[in-house]
Design a protein around this ligand. Structure first.
Ligand SMILES: Cc1cc2nc3c(=O)[nH]c(=O)nc-3n(C[C@H](O)[C@H](O)[C@H](O)COP(=O)(O)O)c2cc1C
Length: 480
């Protein structure tokens, strides 16, 4: 596992997954245009060494392909962490001696994941108590963006009531040398900390950590689970945390750059517009100001960032990792959800395709309601439910069944409730309607259903016969 960002950069370089660009590039729009082309072509991570206006190199597209997302989590498949989580959840009281020994090992492993406090950290090799955010190579991503945005930050704060740590990834708009805007949306844990506070929350922002730790900031974990413990679980070793210099918050000791300060609920200002991961500009809205009290960094820091915009972008793979990792967890309370796909075109919150092995009338509709009751998945605008034998990742097969099997009146369900804060189609901010389509074969008892036809499929006997004779036929198309 990578120790820190620079170790990860070295791994990417060694694996031929990094291109270092020495030509001068402008963080205003130019890096976006270059990166957008590279990401959409499935290209490498980029390290821009010569960025106009800053002496820090910029790393981007580190997670931009499935291969690199797997490398980031040190797994062969994005399903692997989910399998580890499943094993942990399914830890039953051990029966025999051998099982007891095994269970002990798993528990010891679990206990070892917790973040570890250390006294010093490389992230404080250089300390600026007269901070100047404009010295960072912060990207202005799209032409109508309201300014430069820090796009890959790990934002740390504490619950003012319980003291529990949260780490979320919320973009930060730079306003001037010491002021920025904190875009934590209404449904997010950081925003809850501010609501529950006396008006101010101390915050520290880490930029550039090892990739598993960076990923963990994006994971939709409940407040009771420390993202840094989760990062430890993913990277196979505790994240070392060091206390900040001007605020009572800890950050990963090996982070490249840290912004320290406080977010003020009584200092709301316009944030945006921002070319968002929906593919559209998010309009200006009021968010709290983040007042920066110090900037610390390593010697020769690397600034890590990303761009979002019309998909596909790098964040698709962060989301895919979450989808695969959290499915086993979801299945502990919704075991009838066989599989799930959040397709690229749905930009996370607009569409979920789920499959079910139906056991009773209305089972597909029950699944829609389950999705609308689950954490951030509850914001999903469109849920399509297919039978278990349809591959949810094959969007052509999903569309075929949705187009064929749905009587709109009988098989759709429209509900109202919270929707994503970025949902521009909703009639109100963060509130609107959601729709489910039951694309399963219908059963008796699911409304008026005429006899359901069988799919026209060839018999196994004839398929085997033709397969055996395929070469003899001399037809030049691949055998299926
Ligand atoms: C690249 C990237 C940028 C993101 N930007 C934001 C953002 O600006 N505001 C926000 O509320 N969530 C943003 N998110 C989503 C949150 O990071 C995600 O919902 C996370 O689970 C929030 O953590 P929390 O549950 O601890 O609040 C972003 C995710 C990614 C991958």
């Amino acid at each position: 596992m990578s120790r820190d960002l620079r170790d990860w950069v070295a791994r990417l370089r060694k694996a031929g997954e990094l291109v270092e660009v020495t030509a001068e590039v402008d963080p205003r729009l130019e890096i976006t245009e270059i990166t957008d082309r590279v990401t959409k072509a499935g290209g490498p991570a980029l390290l821009f060494r010569n960025v106009t206006g800053s002496d820090m190199p910029v790393l981007i597209n580190q997670f931009g392909t499935e291969k690199r997302m797997c490398m980031a989590l040190d797994v062969d498949s994005l399903d692997d962490p989910g399998r580890r989580i499943k094993d942990l959840i399914e830890l039953q009281p051990p029966q025999g001696l051998l099982e007891k020994v095994k269970a002990l090992g798993t528990l010891r492993e679990l206990a070892s994941f917790g973040a570890k406090d250390v006294r010093t950290g490389a992230c404080q090799e250089v300390v600026h108590t007269e901070p100047d955010l404009t010295r960072l190579p912060v990207l202005t991503c799209w032409p109508d963006d309201g300014g430069p945005f820090v796009t890959l930050p790990l934002v740390f704060s504490r619950d003012p009531v319980t003291g529990a740590r949260n780490c979320g990834m919320y973009r930060i708009q730079v306003v001037d040398e010491r002021t920025a805007m904190m875009h934590w949306q209404i449904h997010k844990d950081g925003a809850a900390h501010l609501r529950d506070s006396q008006g101010r929350v101390e915050v520290a922002v880490a930029i550039g950590t090892d990739p598993a730790t960076t990923y963990s900031a994006t994971a939709p974990l409940p407040p009771a689970i420390d993202e840094m413990m989760f990062a430890g679980f993913l990277r196979g070793g505790s994240v070392e945390m060091v206390k900040c210099r001007t605020v009572d918050v800890e950050v990963p000791a090996n982070a490249e750059i840290v912004l320290e300060g406080y977010v003020d609920a009584n200092d709301l200002r316009p944030e945006g517009p921002f070319g968002d991961h929906t593919g559209f500009y998010t309009p200006v809205d009021e968010y709290p100001a983040f007042h920066v009290t110090a900037v610390t960094h390593r010697r020769d820091p690397i600034y890590a960032t990303t761009i979002v915009g019309l998909p596909p972008q790098e964040d698709f793979w962060l989301g895919k990792a979450t989808e695969r990792m959290f499915l086993p967890l979801i299945r502990t309370s919704v075991p009838d959800m066989i599989d799930m796909n959040l397709p690229l075109e749905g930009v996370f919150h607009n569409c979920a395709v789920v499959s079910v092995k139906k056991r009773y009338p209305g089972h597909a509709k029950k699944l829609m309601n389950a999705v609308w009751g689950l954490g951030l998945l509850s914001l999903t605008r469109c849920v399509i439910v297919v039978d278990h034998d349809v591959d949810v990742h094959d969007l052509s097969a999903v569309a075929f069944h949705a187009f064929s099997n749905v009587d709109p009146k009988r098989d759709s369900l429209v509900v109202e409730g919270p929707v994503d804060a970025l949902d521009h189609a909703a009639p109100y901010f963060a509130y609107g309607s959601k729709i489910g389509f039951d694309a399963t074969r219908k059963w008796e008892g699911e409304g008026v259903v005429r006899p359901w036809p069988e799919k026209a499929l060839m018999s196994e006997e004839v398929r085997a016969r033709v397969t055996a004779r395929w070469a003899e036929l001399g037809i030049d198309v691949p055998e299926r």
